[in-house]
Design a protein around this ligand. Structure first.
Ligand SMILES: Cc1ncc(COP(=O)(O)O)c(C=O)c1O
Length: 491
């Protein structure tokens, strides 16, 4: 067996404490079935406060909006309703959910492609609408006039920023309007002055690049100048989400893993994944081709720290730190983190059905869960699950460890149904009846892709929280903030 390449997950409280309660987790899966998703509503409050301290450090004001799309949970949204956080909703269902969970319209922003029903409810209730382009602006203005709705506060979403003397561009996006088309968009807003009020501009870039985001943010400051030159009084710059999560405890493990993956793609070592999958890399006549199709599972800068660094970054052409530009103009900064606010907010549990030794010395572990139930592979996130015996705390299991290479197979009748194609190294071989815990799945991996394949039910979800008697739980839709032990429900 090759030298094991561990990818130990980063674990913080209260996730760590939950994992040291295997009996509690086994009882939950006994009662509610496998797979089971557990969310930790109190942790999302902590994540909001980490973002807020960055605002304070830079003396900035503005909303921290949770991008609901990253998790369908009611418990998390209701818990946030009890804080100062706001919501970013991207569908009619998410908007209805936010309203029903206790968010008032002035704490909600609507983003993404919008059907007329979604636009109508947003306009009717007074939610801020992020305008994706000319066509949406026209639809909204027509709807407002036709139904006699109140004037709607809008942000103009921009993309495709460029700067003179700057060697890079910001990413193209199919959402928003190219920054170069702002003038035409503002002309149209002028014509629809009775139906919409422009309160600012926005972007969302799906990139880890600080340079691109700095260019986009500076582009937004320039766009605000153009609005002001027309006599508008814009006050908000919304920089979307994409602050990211670092999933792994140890950057060196990630470096080692990715360099070994390159060696495997070049044929210099045995494969590191099922059927020699190499995550986008290949070798052509001894030259490495392709690029790594993986999320950077270890990030030295993520979440609120990423925002902090962005705000410290000098504007690419104006030179002053971006936070200074915002402060000088008294602009509110709005952020829409999805994944980053869900960091450490939950886990996915799966029962082991069978463990079988293969002819190559690895083991096939079959789970009562499939790859859509826990979409780590779909999102390119690599991390090791934790084996939970019913009566043994997992740290004790780690101490007596001897590594085993395993492949984690799902419960669909498909050869390709693997929770991850990577050969996972476990310090203890799981046996039938054990649980595998996949930590930190709340952001996109828990329910974004879940389906009813083979008429299997969707995983149940529970909200877990601690009080003086230890861990307690409720079904996700039965949880309200009154159930958390924390005395302060405000951040
Ligand atoms: C407009 C908008 N805001 C926020 C987000 C959340 O991004 P993340 O979960 O990476 O923070 C997305 C993700 O697609 C988005 O499209």
């Amino acid at each position: 067996m090759a030298v094991p390449l561990f990818l130990d997950p980063k674990l913080e409280q209260p996730l760590t404490s939950l994992l040291t309660s295997p009996r509690f987790l086994h009882d939950l899966v006994d009662g509610l079935g496998s797979p089971l998703n557990v969310v930790l509503p109190d942790r999302i409050v902590e994540n909001v406060s980490r973002f807020r301290s960055v605002y304070r450090r830079h003396r900035l004001e503005g909303e921290i909006c949770f991008a609901h799309k990253a998790n369908r949970s009611s418990a998390l949204v209701r818990r946030l309703a009890a804080t100062e956080a706001a919501m970013d909703v991207a569908s009619l269902g998410e908007l209805q959910h936010a309203l029903a969970s206790g968010f008032t319209p002035e704490r909600i922003g609507a983003t993404g492609p919008k059907e007329p029903e979604f636009l109508w409810l947003a306009a009717r209730t007074g939610v801020t609408v992020n305008i994706e382009g000319h066509a949406e602006l026209e639809s909204l203005a027509t709807l407002v006039r036709h139904h006699g709705l109140p004037r709607v506060r809008v942000l103009l979403r921009l993309s495709d920023f460029s700067g003179t003397g700057v060697k890079f561009l910001s990413r193209r996006s199919r959402f928003g309007s190219p920054a170069s088309e702002l003038t035409g968009l503002l002309d149209a807003c002028g014509q629809h002055h009775d139906a919409v009020e422009v309160i600012g501009v926005s972007y969302h870039l799906d990139t880890t690049s600080l340079e691109e985001k700095a260019l986009a943010l500076e582009g937004c400051v320039r766009a605000m100048d153009e609005c002001r030159a027309r006599g508008m009084r814009p006050r908000v710059i919304d920089i979307g989400g994409g602050f990211g999560v670092s999933y792994l405890a140890d950057g060196a493990q990630w470096e080692r893993y990715t360099s070994q993956l390159t060696s495997a793609a070049m044929g210099r070592r045995e494969a590191l994944a099922w059927r020699s999958h190499s995550y986008g890399l290949s070798s052509e006549g001894g030259t490495l081709r392709g690029s790594l199709e993986l999320y950077p599972s270890h990030r030295s800068l993520a979440g609120a720290d990423y925002l902090d660094e962005l705000l410290r970054t000098p504007a690419p052409t104006l030179g002053r730190p971006l936070a200074t530009l915002l402060l000088e103009n008294l602009y509110d900064l709005c952020v829409e983190p999805g994944r980053a606010l869900l960091d450490q907010c939950g886990l996915t549990l799966a029962r082991v059905l069978e463990t079988r030794r293969e002819s190559d010395g690895t083991h096939a572990v079959s789970l009562a869960m499939n790859s859509d139930d826990c979409a780590l592979e779909e999102h390119g996130i690599l991390l090791d699950p934790i084996v939970l015996h019913r009566d043994k705390p997992w740290e004790a299991a780690e101490d007596t460890a001897e590594p085993f290479g395993v492949h984690l197979h799902g419960n669909l009748c498909l050869e390709s149904d693997l929770i991850t194609r990577r050969t996972v190294f476990l310090r203890r071989l799981p046996a039938r009846g054990d649980l595998l815990a996949f930590p930190n799945t709340a952001g996109y991996c828990m329910d974004f892709s879940a389906q009813h394949a083979q008429r299997r039910p969707l995983a149940r979800k529970v909200a877990a929280y601690r009080d003086a008697d230890g861990w307690q739980w409720r079904l996700d839709d039965q949880y309200w903030p009154i159930h958390s032990a924390g005395d302060a429900h405000e951040v």
